[in-house]
Design a protein around this ligand. Sequence first.
Ligand SMILES: NC(=O)c1ccc[n+]([C@@H]2O[C@H](COP(=O)([O-])OP(=O)(O)OC[C@H]3O[C@@H](n4cnc5c(N)ncnc54)[C@H](O)[C@@H]3O)[C@@H](O)[C@H]2O)c1
Length: 387
Amino acid sequence: MKKISIIGGCGHVGIPLGLAFASKNFDVTLVDVNPQAVENINSAHLPFKEDGAEEMLAAHVGKNLWATSDASVVRKQDVVVFVTGTPVDEHLNPKIHDVLKVVTAYLPLLDKRQLIVLRSTIFPGVTRIVEETLKAKFGVANLAFCPERIVQGKGIEEIFNLPQLVSGVNKKAENAAAALFAAIAPKIIRLSCEEAELAKLMTNAWRYLEFAIANQFYMMVEKQGLDFYRILDAMKADYPRAKHFARAGLAAGPCLFKDTMQLSAFHNNEFFLGHSAMLVNEGLPNFLVSQLEAKMGSSLKGKKIGVMGLAFKADNDDIRESLSFKVKKLLEMKMAEVLVTDEFVPGTMPLRKFVKDCDGIILGVPHSAYRQLKIKKPFVDCWGCWR
Ligand SMILES: NC(=O)c1ccc[n+]([C@@H]2O[C@H](COP(=O)([O-])OP(=O)(O)OC[C@H]3O[C@@H](n4cnc5c(N)ncnc54)[C@H](O)[C@@H]3O)[C@@H](O)[C@H]2O)c1
């Protein structure tokens, strides 16, 4: 049985990955600085919503999967995977030092026999910097970069079905990483480290742009008093080239925005399409608030305005970087009394009371439970659920 440690293992990427390897008989240790998340895992409790993960966790925890905050466990491993977060800073540039700090902190515990895998979404060139760090200590680097491409909430299903991009700083590392991921992925696609770093960032930036064009068209059309979804449906009907055109919606979450900005920083801040997409996507909350104001025909001051759905995507409990909070903030600036509901977010109002109490509603995210509602108050729904 191969021993594998995942650093940042109790996060959104670490858990599905750890469970996938555990299901293929690896001996998995999830290393994490968050003691609450470690405790949750060891008591077979999933810290967030992830389809199919709860059952797998129950099957493997305490048998061939554990969580710990004790970093020294990495000494005993064959493979060490790093999946800690990779945010951008206040200038929207990648915080490269965050990645390097984590790797450097674990350096005294690593040895040159181990395969080291970077799995976080990183700024192009970071793999080579880590290679130099490892070489300075060991003389060689057994290092791979294999980006994660799962979509949150469906990670377990996707991890076994998506091709895995694999790169290594040398053939030995690339082959070892390819053999490792062949255990869980249906297909291995080999790239150079630089290509793999860019492939991941470009995938996320492209998705962010897809949402931006839908959002731009939504604002363009609705500002004229027309119905965006009537036009979108007509565009897509039996017309294959428009089949994948996205619907409008708050484009948020911990990845798409920051990865588009990482790509822009890589291209000397000259990724104009990426920045335009950011202006559109980040501007949508302002447009939604002004739409509601127009529908209510008066100032929102003193009115009870509801934001329905706080998570950044439907049927998920992840509120990281959710634009529903920006909507809330804008409503507060209008001096509205803001009510919030989200069945997945503790401490928010029950749905029925929320709908009853609100004078007007903005749909933040279309959880399944909201789609069949018949809202009889002024509302704004850029997702096109309540048409
Ligand atoms: N969330 C996704 O769906 C997704 C998909 C593809 C790629 N990614 C990328 O994967 C990376 C991780 O994202 P995430 O969503 O899993 O983040 P996350 O915040 O959910 O998980 C990161 C985990 O790392 C832990 N951590 C931080 N510093 C640590 C340290 N020094 N030692 C051990 N643990 C530490 C945190 O406690 C946390 O549990 C990012 O680069 C992200 O862009 C995320």
